[in-house]
Design a binder for this molecule. Structure first.
Ligand code: FAD
Length: 398
């Protein structure tokens, strides 16, 4: 692009990359609580808002977090600009549109929106049926009376399976490692009562806090008492299964709860509908896998910052895998503090990166998250450590 000209598309204080749910909320906070007169824009690659929750269209897609985690009031106008290839570079005129800003809030998610994570399945290319990745579920796909094999046992597989059982001829879940699959009541009675008795915003706040505290204690319990958690979860799962289905090996993970994903199923829809009476598919023995459709739920192909190339003055590329993440600071507070101090920029600097104790950025060991040290920055300790808990996050940020 050496000869290309530039035209200024926008000049804002804060450019937010990505219009997924988390950055819509950042924009909301900037607009409602940020310093007066602050300008911002959201730059979004796709034509739709809300990222993951718009992209994912496979049957059964649902959040297994409580709805209050994602809930917030929206009574304002978003400044969203499309920054897809068409709008940021005009091929004919050779004009690159640029955005000037003082801050970038990176909210491009953590996985590749264009490419799925391929599972290592030998001879998959010779399979004559349909291979589907849930991330790219075809809108017009018919699976009525078809044989389906779902590969994987993470949240996607657990959500998908009960949603197709009514239509498919038969569905088999082919897993390498079982997952903890726990039933949760679809209706939370106390939330309901609070919503009836209190104004919506007060009930929302109380319920949000209840769920945050409950998840704090769940994580604490699993980390402090892994054996008890394992026993309790296994008992709960066993109680859900029909008598002819053994918890071991199909529903007995080799890892401790919270080391990898823990899947919730509304009213136990997954296990109650499980049919383990059929013989397992002996793939390694050479038997033919008879199916019309293979759905690969191997996880996500992780990328950092939506694959954006980061550089200093467009000259010095930044190798993000060599950087540490500074603790998540609330940008709104940072901006207020800078305004008070009359500062125009704030840069966290690690004086001696070579002596910083390195911690993984993610504290779960799911297969697709392992070996991502070349993709993501590093985690450290103290103010370079990551808060893994919402309540601690709030405490440390204040
Ligand atoms: C199938 C699935 C199920 C999940 N279930 C849960 C759950 O139950 N509970 C939970 O808490 N979390 C869940 N997650 C995690 C989920 O990603 C978060 O809940 C939440 O959606 C993250 O929001 P976000 O705004 O950070 O990112 P995203 O929703 O990923 O949004 C990122 C946005 O950035 C845009 N973008 C990407 N690259 C660029 C670029 N270069 N330039 C401009 N824009 C770009 C994308 O188009 C997208 O709109 C799930 C994720 C998946 C994939």
């Amino acid at each position: 692009m050496g000869n290309s000209k530039e035209t200024l598309l926008l000049e804002v204080d804060v450019a937010i990359i990505g219009a997924g749910i988390s950055r819509i909320k950042t924009a909301y906070h900037l607009q409602t609580k940020g310093p007066r007169g602050l300008s911002y824009a959201i730059l979004e690659n796709r034509s739709n808002l809300s990222g993951t929750w718009d992209l994912s269209r496979y049957p059964g897609i649902r959040s297994d977090s409580d709805i209050l985690t994602f809930e917030f009031t929206l009574r304002w106008t978003l400044n969203v600009t499309s920054n897809n290839g068409d709008s940021d570079f005009d091929d004919e005129k050779k004009v690159r549109k640029v955005v000037h800003c003082r801050f970038i809030v990176m909210g491009a998610g953590y996985y590749n929106y264009e490419e799925p994570l391929e599972a290592n399945i030998p001879a998959l290319e010779s399979f004559m049926g349909m291979v589907v990745h849930p991330q790219f579920w075809p809108g017009n796909m018919s699976y009525m009376d078809k044989e389906m094999v779902i590969i994987g046992s993470g949240a996607t597989a657990v959500n998908l399976l009960p949603s197709v059982t009514d239509r498919v001829k038969h569905v088999t879940l082919l897993q390498q490692i079982p997952t903890y699959i726990l039933p949760l009541p679809i209706q939370d009675q106390l939330s309901r009562v609070l919503r009836t008795l209190l104004p919506a915003s007060t009930a929302g706040r109380i319920n949000g806090l209840r769920f945050a505290i409950a998840s704090f204690f769940l994580v604490f319990y699993c980390r402090m008492f892994p054996n008890a958690a394992r026993r309790n979860f296994t008992k709960t799962i066993t109680n859900q299964l029909p008598p002819n289905v053994k918890v071991d090996p199909h529903f007995k993970p080799r890892y401790n709860p919270r080391e990898q994903r823990l899947c919730a199923t509304p009213d136990g829809d997954f296990s109650l509908r499980s049919d383990q009476a059929r013989p397992p598919i002996q793939l390694q023995s050479g038997d033919t896998l008879r199916t019309d459709i293979i759905v690969i739920t191997a996880g996500l192909k992780l990328i950092f910052a939506g694959g954006i190339n980061l550089s200093v003055n467009r000259v010095v590329p930044i190798d993000i895998s060599q950087k540490f993440v500074w603790r998540g600071t609330m940008i709104v507070r940072e901006l207020h503090q800078m305004k008070r101090k009359g500062a125009v920029s704030a840069v966290p600097r690690l004086e001696k990166p070579e002596v910083m104790e390195q911690r993984p950025l993610f504290n779960i060991s799911s297969t697709y998250i392992r070996n991502t040290s070349q993709v993501f920055p590093k985690g450290g300790v103290r103010q370079w450590g990551q808060n893994k808990n919402y309540l601690l996050d709030i405490l440390r940020a204040s």
